[in-house]
Design a protein around this ligand. Structure first.
Ligand SMILES: [Zn+2]
Length: 369
């Protein structure tokens, strides 16, 4: 059947991934990589605010000296500080076990794929244990997730939700299958929603929520949407969760029972982000655990925003994110069965409590403005 044509539509662009700008220009550099050159890259990016020269991460003093007793360590010379630090101290790579060469190769291997790469595949390719690879990739995802914290969306914004994780298999016998309505809560297995908030021609924020609820919709309108200037136009489907949005900004809905786009109103950009996330879940990872769903959502939103960036720039962005992220409370000592401090265990807090956080904290920033 011939494809429907639209008058005045732009000719399709060439996919960025087919252009020469997308290619990895660091192949030669990676082939001849030594521990020293890999370390130099880490040092340059960690201390990029000071032209690559080390400064104290605690008091930001540039008066530091090399520690004679420990190679590649520095000590702050400022009176009252004297903090000792290395290139990864206090970052998500604190107490790293892998060499710098291994880390650089993992970062490039993980950066150049469009929809992610699983720990199972990476441990075969990069020759590390599965557990090592899982925890290092999760740390990369956690640092990717934190880039959602500084985003304000404006102009035309599409909001939508889709459910991920917790797949229910149909029963073997048809008689049992007929009794099992997999849409009902009693047959559900902890699937959660991923919310997408996407500015047209702009950034995308994806995060996990327990449900597509009015509370989540209100949180989005308060914490992600920039209401200053000409304000924003919010577009959603006709789910009841979005009924309150009218109170925050002009709100339009598209009736999906009639079509994907009615009178130019659509949430197709949000659906497109879901399409990639769904392919990643099914085709790459095969399973997204509801516990870690927010990290996968963070990864997909990072990849969506970096989709027209070369491999080298993506790898650099990834490394900068990791070196700016504090030590992970969710993943530090994961395979060593690290426990929370006793008072937090008493309160019944879980180690991965931050994973369940719905939306990046924005209250402080709102209070300042
Ligand atoms: Zn200091």
């Amino acid at each position: 059947m011939a494809r429907e044509t639209y008058i005045g539509q732009k000719p399709p662009e060439t996919s960025f991934r087919l252009t020469k700008e997308a290619r990895n220009k660091c192949v030669k550099w990676l082939d001849s990589l030594t521990e020293q050159t890999a370390y130099d890259w880490f040092k340059e990016r960690r201390f990029r605010d000071n032209g690559g020269a080390p400064f104290c991460p605690r008091c930001e003093s540039t008066r530091v000296y090399d520690l004679a007793s420990r190679p590649k360590w520095w000590k702050c010379a400022r009176k009252g500080c004297h903090h000792q630090f290395s290139v990864t101290s206090g970052t998500i790579l604190h107490s790293r076990k892998l060499s710098f060469v291994s880390l650089v190769k993992i970062i490039f291997c993980f950066a150049d794929c469009a929809k992610g790469r699983s720990a199972c595949e990476m441990h075969l390719v990069r020759n590390h244990g599965y557990q090592t690879m899982w925890v290092n990739l999760m740390k990369i995802r956690e640092s990717m997730s934190s880039t959602r914290e500084d985003v304000w969306l404006r102009e035309i914004i599409e909001i939508d939700a889709a459910y991920f994780g917790g797949k229910i298999r149909p029963a073997n016998r048809k008689s049992q299958r007929d009794q099992q309505d997999r849409r009902k809560a009693e047959f559900q297995k902890g699937k959660r929603a991923i919310m997408v908030v996407r500015q047209r021609q702009g950034k995308t924020v994806m995060f996990a929520a327990d449900d597509e609820s009015p509370a989540v919709a209100r949180a989005i309108a308060r914490q992600l949407v920039d209401h200053t200037g000409h304000g924003a136009l919010l577009i959603t489907d006709q789910a009841t969760a979005y009924n309150d949005l009218e109170a925050f900004a002009p709100h339009m809905t598209v009736d999906h029972s009639k079509g994907f786009m009615i009178d130019g109103i659509s949430t197709n950009q949000a659906e497109s982000a879901f399409s990639r996330a769904r392919r990643s879940e099914i085709g790459i990872y095969h399973h997204w655990s509801p516990t870690w769903l927010d990290f996968y959502a963070g990864e997909m939103s990072w990849r969506e925003n970096q989709r027209k960036v070369s491999t080298h720039d993506k790898a650099q962005e990834m490394l900068d994110g990791m070196l700016s992220h504090p030590v992970s409370r969710n993943l530090k000592g994961y395979w060593q069965h690290y426990q929370l401090p006793f008072n937090q265990r008493e309160r019944g807090e879980q180690r991965w409590s931050r994973v369940h956080a719905h939306i990046p904290p924005r209250t402080q920033r709102l209070a300042n403005e």
